[in-house]
Ligand binder design. Structure first.
Ligand code: FNR
Length: 364
């Protein structure tokens, strides 16, 4: 457990200061233009942001994505962010719970129910760990922190960049099928900054998954984070994969097109403002998610800074809905958008995979 916890604290150090976002606009949200409505015909207070998620109602379609746990420092981060999420009625995720499997003593660093009694709380485990602890083990992770759901994270690019990381990614769908069979609508499958594309999304759907977080390219890059920790050959290999992945906007739009309304889609990866959230919703997401900006707000100015950041984000989102003439996130999804530049190239390139294509073993 010691090694896992030390690695987690090193990750937090790097994420708080280093340049872990390789370049701006990789999310391609800058290629989504919302269309102004000069005659909104509604009052700002008529905009309704509340959204249902894992059987609860949250006050805005926003998730504080899973980041950390294990150490004392991680515990402080989890508690402070969970408390803010509760106060603003947002969903909250803890980071990978692997450390508490290795050392049950650090379970308290994930236990935030006392400061977030009502809101949606999501546990977190990696695919390989889930395979080794099985469905009952995963269910225990949820129960121990009284979570509403569990996020299963996929991170092949990060693993390949870690000297101690996994090298064998076989049987993933089989593991997910067995988890989905038992957990059903309490399972969220997420990437960690490289994106989920339409083919994988369709196979996840066929495996019984109902919710995904595309966690696309454009924000925190785990290849970049691991590159800072790596040396020699590993660091040089990583250098060229720091911008590897499906841009968040391309992932959301292509997956929505492929699956219709069959999946709940969270968009994360490089969302930095309420306007970014609005753009993600407009191209097909049900919720937006953020990790790095809220962690950095906490590091820079404590809970007050997080509080202010969330207020700004929600106000921007509300304003974007009014200015597009949308009363609800659903109406925003129906409103016109203009897709420009690289994003339209991506969408053309990703083609028109859709449910029932019989995609066999393709893994793109
Ligand atoms: C993460 N992320 C993450 N994801 C996950 O499934 N398990 C984890 O333990 C972590 N840990 C973690 C730590 C830190 C410090 C950050 C910033 C992120 C990834 C996170 O959940 C999310 O998918 C993306 O980071 C969202 O993009 P932005 O907002 O960080 O660009």
């Amino acid at each position: 457990a010691g090694a896992t916890i030390e690695r987690k604290d090193a990750h937090l150090d790097l994420c708080s200061t280093a340049s872990v976002e390789p370049s701006q606009n990789d999310s391609l949200l800058s290629c989504v233009q919302l269309v102004h409505c000069a005659m909104p015909e509604m009052a700002l207070e008529e905009v309704v942001l509340s959204t249902s998620f894992f059987g609860k109602t949250i006050r805005a379609p926003l998730l504080v994505c899973g980041m950390t746990g294990g150490s004392k420092r991680a515990e402080r981060v989890n508690r402070a962010l969970a408390e803010q999420a509760e106060q603003h009625g947002l969903a909250f995720g803890v980071g990978s719970q692997r450390a508490m499997i290795e050392d049950p003593q650090c379970a308290s660093s994930y236990a935030v129910r006392d400061v977030a009694p009502k809101t949606v709380l999501i546990g977190n485990v990696g695919l390989a760990t889930a395979a080794s602890i099985g469905v009952d083990g995963v269910r225990n992770l949820m129960d121990e922190i009284d979570a509403d759901a569990i996020a299963l994270h996929l991170n092949a690019a990060q693993e390949l960049t870690q000297p101690e990381g996994d090298r064998d990614f076989r049987n993933g769908y089989r593991i997910i099928e067995s988890l989905a069979r038992c957990l059903g609508g309490r399972l969220l499958v997420k990437e960690t900054g490289c994106g989920i594309g339409p083919r994988v999304a369709l196979r996840l759907f066929d495996s019984g998954v109902e919710l995904i977080d595309v966690s696309g390219l454009g924000g925190t890059s785990w290849v970049r984070v691991e590159q800072f920790r790596a040396s020699g050959v590993a660091a040089d290999v990583a250098e060229h994969f720091a911008s590897w992945g499906i841009p968040t906007a391309a992932a959301v739009a292509s997956v929505r097109r492929a699956v219709g309304d069959r999946l709940t889609i969270v968009a994360s990866g490089g969302l930095r403002t309420g306007l970014d959230v609005a753009k993600a919703l407009a191209v097909g997401a049900d919720l937006g998610g953020m990790a790095l900006p809220l962690f950095r707000a906490l590091e820079a100015g404590g809970p007050e800074r997080v509080d202010q950041s969330i207020r700004v984000i929600v106000a921007q989102l509300r304003q974007a809905l009014l200015l597009t003439g949308s009363r609800t996130p659903q109406e925003l999804r129906q409103s016109p958008v203009v897709i420009t530049g690289a994003l339209s190239d991506w969408l053309a390139g990703l083609g028109s995979a859709s449910v029932g294509d019989g995609l066999g073993n393709d893994c793109l």
